[in-house]
Each structure stands twice: as C-alpha cells, then as structure tokens.
Design a binder for this molecule. Structure first.
Ligand code: ADP
Ligand code: MG
Length: 892
C-alpha cells in the first residue's frame, strides 16, 4: 500500500493536530500515523517515536537538583549568624576561634545538605512506585506500559474507570462514556463513539476523541494516540497543572511555623542574655559571641529536615507493607484514624472464588457431589454463566466471573469461545453497581436470547415467570417468597450469591431487565483472608472502629463479619439499603454509627456515611475501587484504593493505594502513621529540651558571679554533636510495640501540646541545675582551675543531654527496655556522640580549639553523677505520679 502514495511522514513537528484528527475517519488517522490498527506499533517504532516526541508528560517535572538543595543550605539565619560570629572573631584577631566557627559553618551546612538530599530523594523514589500504566497493543499483543511512554500511533485499550493519558482518536467503542469535567467543565459524562465530527466542532462536542486528563466512566474502547504530553489539549491550557508537584504537609508547615516562632524568641533571649552578661561585667566580646552561639544553638533549623526524613522513612516502611502514599499529608492523618470503612470482597476475603452450588427449579448441583447427570435447567444455568461472562478461565478478569467460567467449562466440557462460535454475542449490557445486574444478548436460532445474572433480589424483581421442569410457569408471590428464602438461607452460610434469568425476544434492543424467566441461584465461596482477624483485633485494641460497607447482601456480609471477628453476635444488626436510606433521611446518626455491618450500600450512601462520621469528629479511612467511589474516597480523610482490583479513577482519587488490596495493610499503615508522628514528636521535644537547657544555663550564669559554664565554641560543638545525631535516630525509630495499644490521637492536638511544653521546661530546668552544681563543685570543692571547671560543666551538659534521650520514653515504659533503647540507630548515635566528646577533651588540637583539658578521675565521677541527676529526679517524679494515680497522661 505504502508504495502507491508517497509514504506520508509522521508529522515531526508534534503529533497530529487534535482538531484535524477528530474530523477524519479513523482509517485516515491510522494511515497518517503509520500504524496498523489490528497490531499496533512495533516496539522499535515505539521507542524511536518516544525519542522523537519525548515522554508523555506535561512540562518536564524536574526534581530539585542537588545543587539547589546545596545552595539553599546557605540561605538560613543560622549561616548568617555564624558568618557574623566568624567576622567578629577575625576582627578581634582571634584567628583560631574564627576558623573554628567557619569549620562549624561548613560542617553544619554539609550535614543539612546530606540530610535534606537524602530525605527529598527518598520521597521522590517513593512517588515513582506509584507510576501509572496504560494498556496498549504493540506487535499484535496487549502490554501494560507506563503512561509516560505512550507515543503517537499507539493503540490504547480502555474500560470503565480508566484514566485517559493522551489525546486519542476512537477506533472502536461500546457504550463508551467519558467524564470530561476537568477539561470542559461539563459535569455529566459524555457519550463517545468512533464517528468523525464536523470541522469547527468545539472541544466539548468532539465525540470521536478522548482527551488527556479525563476519565472513562463506562463502556470499553480502542483508540489511537494522536498527541502526547504538552501537545495535548490539556497541555495547551494547563500551564499550571503539574503532574507531580512538590507539596509540604500540614505537619511540615506546622513545624516550619514553630521554627519561625522559636527563631524570633531565641534571638530576643540571646540579646537579653548578652545585655545582662555585659551589665554584670563579663566582657562584651565574650558576651556577644556567647549570644550569637546561643542563637545558633537554639534555632531548631533541623526540624523540617528531620521531619521529612521521618516521613520518608515511615513511608518506605508502609510501601514494604503494601501501602503506597499518594499524598504526603495523608501520613500524619493516618495515625489519627478513628474509623475504617472497609470493603468486603477482596479486602476482608481472598477474592479467590469457587462455584459451590447451583439451585434451579428442577434440580441442584453441588461442587463436591458427582455430576453425572445434570437436570436440563442446571445445564441451562451453566450455559448462562458461561456466556453471560467476560472473564477467561486463565484468570484474566473479575474473579467472580473467572470462577463461573471455570466451573462452566469443567462441567460442560467446552469453553466460551467454542460456545460463542455457535451462538455469537449480539450485545452486552455491562454490570453496573446501581442495577447490580448484567445482561448478554445472544444471537441464536430461536431469536435473540437475553441472559441475565446479578444480585438475586434485583433479578427476582425483574422476573415475571419461572422456568419449570418443563416449560415456563407463571410467578406467584409464594414462589418468589420461596426463592427469597432460599437466597437468604444460603447467604447466611457465607455464600456470595447471584440470581440467573433469561428471555427470548425478536430484537436485540429490548429492555434487558423486564419480563424475565427465573432460572435459579448460583452460590460461590470466597474464603476470608487469614490475617484479617488479627488485624481487626489490633484495631479494637487501638480504639479504631471498623465498619464493613459492602455492595453484597446482608446475610453474606454478616457471615463474613462473623468469620473474621468483626462482630461476635450471630444476630448482629446489619443495615441494608432501606435501613440506610431511612436512618440517613431521619438523621439518626447514633444508630448509623453503632452498626458494624452495612450491606447493599450504594456509592452515594458511602459518601453520606463519611460526612456523617466526620461531623461527629471522626477521622475516617474509607476503601473503594469503582469509578463511583471516587467522591467518597476524596471526601474521606484517608481514601484507600485497591491497587489490584481498583480502577485508575479510584486510585487517582485516593490518598493511599494498597498493592495487595488487603485489610491488614490498612492497619499496618495506620501503625506506621502513629509511629511517624510519635518519632517526630520525640525529636522535637528532645531538641527543644536540649536548646532550652543551653539557654537557661547561659542565661542564669550570665547573671551570677561565676564563669560561663560553656564557651561559645563549645555551644557550637554541642549543637553539631548531641543535637544532631540523637534527633536523627529518633526519626528512624521503629516505634513502641504498644503504639497500637492506645486510642487514636486527637487530630486537632498540636505536635507539642501543653503537657509536652511542661516536660520540656522540666528537663531543661533539671539539666541547668545539674550543670551549675557540677561547675560550682568542681571550682570550689575540688579546687579546679577555671578551664578545668568549665570542661566539667561542658561535659556534664553534653552527657546530660544524651541522658535526656532516656527520659523521653513513654510515660509508663521501663527505664532500660523501651522503644528508644531498642532503636539501634539511637545506640549508634549515642556511641558516636561519646566518641566525639572524648575527642573534644583528649585530642590535643580539638582540646585547644575548644579550650578543654582532660578531666581527672574524680572529675569524671562528678560529671557522671551530675549528668544522671535529671534522670533520677524524673524517676522519683514518675514514682510519685504513679502512687498518686496522676499518671493519666497518655505517653509522648
Ligand atoms: P462487594 O462489596 O462485595 O464488592 P459489589 O458491589 O462488587 O459488592 O457487588 C454487588 C452485587 O452485585 C454482588 O453481591 C453481586 O450480587 C452482584 N455482582 C457483582 N459482580 C457481578 C457481575 N460481574 N455480574 C453480575 N452481578 C454481579
Ligand atoms: Mg466489588
């Protein structure tokens, strides 16, 4: 073919113009894009085009470069202060001191750089785990490729719930509808079909196209990519849309706010301290430098960075436990979750189904019994579940349909393809969660056969006759009641049930759910997941309410709820569709909130439930998988989508995606959320307590007739050593094993609540007293020189700060066996700090810079006793509290 006309080159400029594409017939478009619609592009052609047109991304999202992170380290108040201090030293010709300050400046910016680089890269790598894929046909077979690898000419396959990743011209479509509200503002789904549209048609009416950024709400389609990336309609209007924008979480924002306030406070305190010291005659150079050093030490510039590291660390642990986070902000909310709404099928159960039983008016079939002779209606039922089915026996498709297809193939001895070659399918009415039924119309000798399967009560409702042993007999109320009873009876045993019905008509376009003939029930078995009972118990211990919301029927729901331990009472109340409607209409929220099983729930009711619970102050996690679940997923505090069975629309709307669809993963993620929050709170308290002790110490000493217990350079040294490493170790902690043994945190509580400020003040004050004591004793009782005494107070402060780590354990945890001592990073951090402290007094060069001398044995004893004093005081206070039964405060 290509020999006749001059081979039309692929438009090199950029893709095919979307407006042109929509006005041309699909064959023309395919020719222009040089693609065969039945086989698609070859892999080599696809990679050449990817090279030529670039990745299918809106505006290249560039990660923050290492260089820009490096530069940012220098643009902080701390660096400014250190520079000022160095300048002051040099101007007084204190060369050693000046260079020491410069060294501190370099080391602290390097530390900040490494920490921040690691944190941001780690978060970026996490994002890549959630990369979106698209189904394309290349070289005749269907592959999943990352959406960013799509090129013009690719053939993409769509089904309801898919996101559209490029601009495409539709080649084939069935009942196709798309939600284009993101692009056109039109909120109702638009019908789509392969026909070309007239020239000059506005975007919203180009029904032969699918556009990037929209989603398929219903039906199925095959379409050819005409434009990717910035060349799409979305790319043209969306200069502002960024596919992976950086975001800081509310937690990080609050930490930044806290940091700003503390900087201001610190500067004021440092200035006042300096003034007081000068007034009491301590020499103004010393006091200016001390003031600057204090300000440097007390500014918690590392808080946001350490918080990012803690978040990233926790998110990696979540990813390992099959939970991917879409929105960083979700991490902290997770820890405060108080209610989980969970799906049943696939989340509480395995979603591996087997057909157990078929019940028809003229006979039954059971899996375990031999199947030598099938009654005519049972055979018909098997034919129905084979033809009214879109799954393959190799496992592709809805697990429920796979089970039906497998059972039918086994019993009938032939597969669907063979059956369809005799009775071709004329059309399909896809399953939808509102009708809860699906229909397939078959072109047979007797006319068009309508085969229907769906929720039993829906199918029963649509029937007007019943299939008898021979022929059809009229429905009676009694017969209908009989089948309802059978349905409920089987459901109570845990079966997942479908009703079957059929009819014959002269046309393929009849209403599919009217005047049907009832053919019976199919029951499938779907075993509960093994780990669910433990996970549910963990939720109960953690004060988290678990509520099943399922589209399935009440009996089945209750039976599964019992099996997994969600309820104990075999007569537990189940709210069905009608109950929910009534309770919602009558605003009976109490009753709504007290039931753990909600069955036959519609997506609208899910949304309503979320807002009712939120109104009562609950932090709600809600699972979902369908297109219709998107609003509820967005509304929930934590929208949880299923990675395996969920639609792309649901995954996009969610805050968190479970790669294994399992309930246990939600609980594991909540646990990590709590640990992350605890870790962040611990290191904030630790840092603030350390900083406060330094300020109080210098502030007090500057007013007293004693030497400053710590020199400016020593303050800077401590700021690099004891403040940094233990704080980082807190961020890495694996958490208290009992973190799921207490009720959820109140989501409105600040990171540092009033009780934490009290503790910070207490530790800071206790340590200040200890250090002053050590200084005075060394000087007067042991008769040490000024330099020796200051070495004692310096080491007391440093080691005392390390001991603070121990005090930060949970309120009722034991002194030596707790989450902090179990944290291997903490052990390493403390060991490193000790080595550096020993170096500070024993390495001559360092000792000279820091103006220290190696302490005598008696000095060491004094240092250790004084440093451990706050721990002892804390133990005594705790014992008193316990005795006085005042230990009502929850842990850190
Ligand atoms: P669940 O909460 O268990 O996932 P669904 O919303 O998936 O429930 O399904 C609701 C009901 O619709 C099921 O109980 C079943 O009766 C019916 N149903 C589900 N899938 C199909 C299907 N592929 N064909 C026909 N009916 C179905
Ligand atoms: Mg479902």
């Amino acid at each position: 073919m290509a020999t006749t006309d001059l081979a039309e080159p692929v438009p090199t400029e950029a893709h095919l113009d979307a407006e042109q594409a929509s006005t041309r017939e699909i064959d023309v478009v395919a020719r222009e894009l040089q693609v065969d619609l039945t086989t698609g592009l070859t892999e080599s052609e696809a990679s050449q085009r990817l090279e030529r047109f670039g990745p299918n991304l809106l505006r290249e999202v560039r990660a923050a470069s290492a260089w820009s992170i490096f530069i940012a380290q220098f643009l902080t108040p701390v660096v400014g202060l250190l520079g000022l201090a160095a300048a002051v030293s040099f101007s007084f010709q204190e060369w050693l001191e000046g260079f020491a300050i410069l060294a501190v400046l370099v080391i602290s910016t390097l530390l900040g750089f490494v920490a921040e680089l690691k944190g941001t890269r780690s978060v970026e790598a996490l994002r890549k785990l959630g990369t979106r894929t698209t189904r394309v046909r290349r070289e005749g077979t269907v592959h999943e490729v990352p959406a960013q690898d799509l090129v013009p000419g690719d053939i993409v396959l769509f089904e309801g719930g898919d996101l559209v990743a490029a601009d495409l011209r539709i080649a084939k479509a069935s009942r196709l509808q798309a939600d284009e509200s993101t692009l056109t503002g039109e909120s109702l789904p638009v019908d789509k079909s392969p026909e070309a549209t007239k020239e000059g048609t506005v975007l919203a009416e180009r029904t032969g196209m699918l556009f990037k950024g929209t989603s398929v709400t219903r039906g199925s389609a095959e379409a050819v990519v005409v434009a990717t990336g910035q060349a799409t309609e979305l790319g043209r209007i969306a200069e502002l849309v960024d596919e992976a924008e950086g975001e800081s979480t509310p937690l990080e924002k609050r930490l930044e706010g806290l940091t700003r306030k503390l900087i201001l406070l610190t500067l004021i305190v440092a200035a006042v301290t300096t003034g007081l010291g000068i007034l009491s005659g301590k020499g103004w150079l010393l006091m200016v430098e001390t003031g600057i050093a204090l300000a440097v030490a007390a500014i918690p510039e590392g808080l946001p960075i350490v918080a990012t590291i803690a978040l990233a660390r926790g998110m990696w642990r979540m990813a390992r436990r099959h939970a991917l986070i879409n929105r960083l902000a979700a991490v902290e909310t997770l820890g405060a979750t108080s209610v989980i709404f969970t799906d049943k099928t696939g989340t509480l159960t395995e979603n591996r189904m087997t057909v157990e039983r078929i019940v028809t008016p003229d006979g039954e079939w059971e899996r375990d019994r031999s199947t030598e002779s099938l009654s005519p209606r049972v055979r018909e039922a098997f034919e129905l579940i084979q033809l009214c089915n879109n799954a393959e026996t190799d496992g592709a498709g809805d697990p429920l349909e796979v089970a039906l297809a497998r059972a039918a193939e086994k019993v009938l001895g032939r597969g669907r393809a063979a059956a369809e070659s005799e009775q071709p399918r004329a059309r399909e009415e896809a399953f939808d969660s509102v009708t809860k039924m699906m229909a397939v119309v078959i072109n047979s000798k007797e006319g068009f056969r309508y085969l229907i399967k769906g929720a039993p009560e829906a199918v029963l409702e649509a029937c007007s006759t019943e299939a008898g042993a021979e022929g059809v007999r009229p429905w009676t109320d009694e017969r209908r009641a009989h089948w309802h009873a059978r349905d409920e009876q089987i459901a109570a045993g845990g079966g997942r049930l479908l009703g079957l019905a059929q009819k014959t008509a002269a046309s393929a376009e009849d209403a599919p759910y009217e005047n049907l003939t009832w053919l019976g029930l199919v029951s499938l078995h779907d075993p509960p997941r093994k780990d669910v009972p433990d996970a549910i118990r963990a939720c109960q211990d953690a004060g988290i309410q678990v509520i099943m919301v399922t589209g399935d029927q009440p009996g089945t729901a209750r039976s599964i709820a019992l099996a997994v331990g969600l309820v104990d009472d075999p007569n537990a109340r189940v709210l069905g569709a009608k109950d929910l409607e009534r309770l919602i209409a009558e605003d009976r929220d109490e009753e709504l909130r007290s039931s753990s099983i909600h069955a036959r729930v519609t997506p609208e009711q899910k949304l309503e439930l979320v807002s009712r619970f939120q109104k009562s102050g609950a932090v709600v996690a809600m699972t979902g998988d369908g297109v219709n679940d998107a609003p509820a997923l967005k509304k929930a505090d934590i929208g949880v989508a299923m990675g395996q069975r969920g639609t792309q629309v649901a995954r996009e709307a969610a805050d968190m995606v479970l790669t294994d669809d399992a309930f246990g993963s939600i609980v594991a993620a909540i646990r990590q959320g709590r640990i992350i929050f605890d870790n962040i709170r611990s290191f904030v308290i630790y840092l603030l307590a350390c900083n406060l002790s330094e300020i109080l110490l210098v502030g007090t000493a500057s007013m007293l007739p004693i030497p400053l217990p710590i020199t400016p350079i020593q303050i800077l040294f401590l700021n690099l050593v004891t403040d940094v490493f233990p704080a980082l170790a807190f961020a890495m902690g694996e958490g208290d094993p009992r973190v799921m043994g207490r009720p959820p945190r109140d989501s409105s509580e600040p990171i540092i609540a009033r009780r934490h400020w009290r503790r910070i003040a207490f530790y800071g004050a206790a340590l200040t007293v200890s250090v002053l004591l050590a200084l005075i004793l060394a000087h007067s009782a042991l008769g040490r020189t000024r330099e020796q005494s200051v070495t004692v107070s310096f080491l007391t402060l440093a080691i005392g700060q390390l001991f603070l780590v121990l005090i930060l354990r949970d309120q009722d945890a034991s002194l030596f066996r707790n989450a902090i001592t179990k944290n291997a990073w903490m052990g390493g951090a403390i060991a490193l700090c000790l080595v550096l402290l020993l170096a500070a007094v024993f390495v001559p060069f360092l000792a000279r810079v820091l103006a220290t001398t190696p302490p005598a044995p008696l000095d060491w004893l004094l240092i250790l006793l004084a440093a451990v004093l706050p721990v002892v005081i804390d133990l005594v206070v705790r014992a008193f509290r316990k005795r006085a039964k005042l230990s009502l405060e929850p842990g850190v």
